[in-house]
Design a protein around this ligand. Structure first.
Ligand code: NI
Length: 172
């Protein structure tokens, strides 16, 4: 089931989310809903607070090559274990900040630990787009958006555009 995606500014997008205690069927259903919502958008990552659930859960799939099988990835309580000194700059966007993009510099490689949908502890290194995406999504769990990396002027400009977009949507 697709879920509505919250649009910035929204107080729920600024909250630090709580760790997940154990992986229940309800949480697995939420993860499935989030994947469906993400693929439909379409996007390459989605965090639980973006659908109004303040728990530490993200989903992602950064497979871009045509013909390559999809790689739906579900992470409960994801944590960055280590990050490279080398950085990478990507033009980022966010499903909660539609049609706005800006360059953000982050560590190029990260090692991440998480609990998978079967409740097993996983640890893996990520590089390239996957590394940027997983960091962007974990930021969401700490109430941080990609526009928080930008200067105040640019951030305010984007926020005003989103307020206008929300007003227009409310009138529809
Ligand atoms: Ni985002």
């Amino acid at each position: 089931m697709k879920r509505p995606i919250l649009i910035h500014p929204d107080p729920r997008l600024k909250k630090v989310c709580a760790p997940v205690a154990d992986i229940s069927d309800d949480l697995r259903k939420l993860a499935d809903d989030m994947l469906e919502t993400m693929y439909d958008a379409p996007g390459i990552g989605l965090a639980a607070p973006q659908v109004g659930v303040l728990e530490r859960l993200i989903v992602l799939d950064c497979v871009k090559e045509e013909g390559e099988p999809p790689k739906p990835t579900v992470m409960f309580n994801p944590e960055i274990v280590s990050a490279s000194e080398e950085t990478n700059t990507y033009e980022e966007g966010c499903l909660s900040i539609p049609e706005q993009f800006a360059e953000v510099t982050r560590p190029k490689e990260v090692e991440v630990s998480w609990i998978d949908r079967d409740g097993k502890l996983q640890k893996q290194g990520f590089d390239g787009l996957w590394a940027t995406c997983v960091q962007h999504e974990i930021d969401h769990l700490n109430g941080k958006l990609f526009i928080d990396y930008l200067g105040a002027m640019k951030r305010q400009m984007i926020t005003r555009k989103m307020q206008k977009l929300k007003r227009e949507k409310a009138r529809m």
